[in-house]
Design a protein around this ligand. Structure first.
Ligand code: MF3
Ligand code: CO
Length: 249
């Protein structure tokens, strides 16, 4: 659960690859593009960097990316007949494995021109992550991260997902501790040097209740309202929070 400097360097590299792939994909997010096309590109890009896609085959997940559109919260399975259209908001979630360590990140983007409500949802979710990262300091409780995310989202009139949480990350994609997007600042373990957390606010315009599609993966809001998602990996160091890879938020 704790990474030394050498291990953090490897994680910085794999997270850099993850972020680079997401940036390259974000240039391809346009009306008319199928989510399966983006998935194929993600696989190609990942292999270019000699990394392995982390989600493909994980608990039998069938794709490289999770692509979640509008009311889909997370774990949307890419499909040929799922085509992006103007005004959609789309979350691209990608993980990779290289030299024994995992990286995991997500961004939410507008497709073409999006309305103000969608822009505000995306910006607030990004803000939740940015502010939460500032609290990634030795000696803080993990609950500081959770409560920061919840407070910012709820202050804007949004809700935060309860059923899915962020996580520790390292030699496994999901490691302890869980990193909820809600809770009290006094809760959870103390943050310690060498911890790496995948922090991933999932913020909804309406209620936080979700249901899973018949495909067994796609998580969507029960009320059909939009949801946004950002994720990055942060190391707790003596010098303060260190975003691994490049900063894409
Ligand atoms: N980024 C997500 C997570 O951290 C996606 C993993 S789900 C998978 O949990 F099964 F597709 F891998
Ligand atoms: Co994750």
């Amino acid at each position: 659960m704790f990474r030394n400097e050498r291990e953090l360097l490897i994680m910085d590299k794999v997270c850099g690859i993850v972020n680079e792939v997401l940036l390259r994909l974000s240039e391809m997010v346009k009306p008319g593009v199928s989510t399966l096309f983006l998935d194929k590109k993600a696989y190609e890009f990942c292999r270019e960097y000699n990394a392995e896609p982390a989600f493909l085959g994980y608990s039998n997940y069938p794709a490289t990316l999770c692509i979640s559109i509008n009311d889909e919260v997370v774990h949307g399975i890419p499909r040929e007949d799922k085509v992006l259209k103007e005004g959609d908001i789309v979350s691209l979630d990608f993980g990779a494995l290289k030299d024994g360590f995992y990286g995991d990140a997500a961004i939410t983007l507008g497709v073409g021109k999006i309305n103000y409500a969608s822009q505000r949802l995306i910006e607030t979710t990004k803000d939740c992550l940015k502010e939460a990262i500032k609290h990634c300091r030795v000696g803080n409780k993990l609950g500081m991260i959770s409560s920061t995310i919840q407070k910012i989202a709820e202050k804007e009139g949004y809700s935060v997902i309860r059923d899915y949480v962020g996580h520790g990350i390292g030699t496994k994609l999901h490691e302890p501790p869980p990193v909820p997007n809600y809770g009290n600042e006094e809760e959870g373990p103390f943050l310690e040097e060498g911890m790496v957390l995948a922090i991933e606010p999932m913020v909804c315009e309406g209620g936080y209740e979700v249901e899973v599609d018949e495909d067994g993966w796609t998580v969507r809001t029960k009320d059909g309202k939009n949801s946004a998602h950002f994720e990055c990996c942060v190391a707790i160091t003596k010098e303060g929070p260190k975003i691994l890879g490049s900063n894409i938020i």
